[in-house]
Design a protein around this ligand. Structure first.
Ligand SMILES: C[S@@+](CC[C@H](N)C(=O)[O-])C[C@H]1O[C@@H](n2cnc3c(N)ncnc32)[C@H](O)[C@@H]1O
Length: 346
């Protein structure tokens, strides 16, 4: 499997960089495995989506194409109940993690900005943005905390049903926030093909993005901040998504991921947490959303996701530099934030 071979490869190079941003103020580490002497990036074979390559869907082994289809089915099925279920499953903790994730990124303020003002325009791309929780918080923080109205956020997701719930929710936002938001359908593993959010015309319609219908793509070096929250473990090819993140980010731009992770540094807590996950969550899914299977997949996908260190190594292998250990544990490691910066000279 790609994940294992990635984390075993290359030895980290540690270097000091003169970066003042809080998230990158300590030692930065990077690997030089993907960069040639003239600084162009070569794409390893495992980071090119391959419909017939094996991957996993929860505890099952399936092809990348089959996973994409099944994940689409899961999120189409849970879209309407998604926000309510998040509160029930996490006792509301997902809100605390999301608030912390967004404030740690401090959208609307960039000490790395090449312009004279650190509160200049910013383009934030929220990948797998679903029903909009991260994007809405980003805009709130940029506009209300940093008084920066020139921040725009693109919410992108492979699933139109999730985006449509987000779009409906956005109707309650202030007009200035709504004006700064856009919704696009795209597969995170290939952002060269996107299209604006389409309406859902009938219940039987396929609600996941079909690249054959794409009308545009996200250009190279066009994004200041790339975020992905609770999305990346659902991707069929994570290295491909990381490669795309690096492509669309401007040099100096930041990749930031909030995802479920491993709480195994606290064995007793971990035992209770796993009991809760595997016993209660599918049951709550069945009782509240009438959908046990989708929630069984969600807990299995959390279990299958790489450890904090393995995922950090994948980010470094994709050509990002990371600060310190590269991640921050939340609630004992139940979730973790990973950040990486596209090198200034990329
Ligand atoms: C658990 S939800 C997270 C939604 C939101 N970010 C949040 O934190 O509430 C995962 C999202 O990932 C999306 N997703 C799964 N695979 C994807 C892919 N290959 N490209 C883009 N989005 C994807 C799903 O459609 C779903 O909306």
């Amino acid at each position: 499997m790609a994940t294992r071979s990635v984390s075993r490869r290359a030895i980290p190079l540690i270097r000091q960089c003169s970066v003042s941003q809080r998230a990158f103020s300590t030692t930065l580490s990077s690997r030089n495995t993907n960069t040639t002497s003239n600084n162009t990036t070569t794409t390893p074979e495992y980071a090119i989506p391959n419909p017939s390559r094996p991957t996993h869907f929860g505890f099952e082994t399936v092809t990348e194409q089959e996973k994409r289809k099944r994940v689409a089915g899961v999120f189409t099925s849970v879209a309407e109940s998604y926000d309510r279920m998040n509160d029930l499953m996490s006792f509301g903790w997902h809100r605390v993690w999301k608030d912390h994730f967004v404030s740690s990124l401090n959208p609307g303020f960039s000490p790395l900005s090449s312009t004279s003002s650190p509160t200049g325009p910013q383009h934030i791309l929220d990948i797998a943005g679903g029903t909009g929780d991260i994007a809405f918080r980003m805009l709130h923080h940029a506009h209300n905390v940093n008084a920066n109205p020139s921040v725009r956020v693109t919410i992108s997701d492979i699933n139109r049903a999730m985006l449509q719930v987000g779009k409906a929710r956005s109707a309650t936002l202030p007009a200035s926030h709504q004006a700064a938001l856009s919704f696009v359908e795209a597969n995170a593993e290939d952002l060269s093909k996107t299209r604006p959010l389409q309406p859902i015309l009938s219940e039987s319609e396929q609600t996941f993005f079909d690249p054959a219908t794409a009308t545009a793509g996200i250009p190279d070096n066009s994004v200041d901040l790339y975020t992905v929250a609770f999305g990346i473990r659902n991707f069929s090819n994570i290295p491909a998504a990381l490669r795309e993140a690096r492509r669309v980010l401007k040099p100096g731009g930041v990749f930031a991921c909030l995802e479920f992770s491993k709480a195994d540094k606290l064995p007793l807590f971990n035992t209770v947490y796993k009991e809760w996950s595997f016993r209660a969550i599918p049951l709550i899914g069945q009782l509240v959303a009438g959908d046990r299977d989708s929630y069984q997949y969600l807990v299995e996908s959390i279990e299958r996701f790489p450890s904090q260190e393995e995922f950090r190594d994948m980010i470094v292998d994709a050509g990002f530099v990371v600060a310190g250990q590269g991640y921050e544990d939340l609630t004992g490691g139940v979730a973790a934030i990973h950040k990486g910066m596209k090198p200034r000279d990329a």
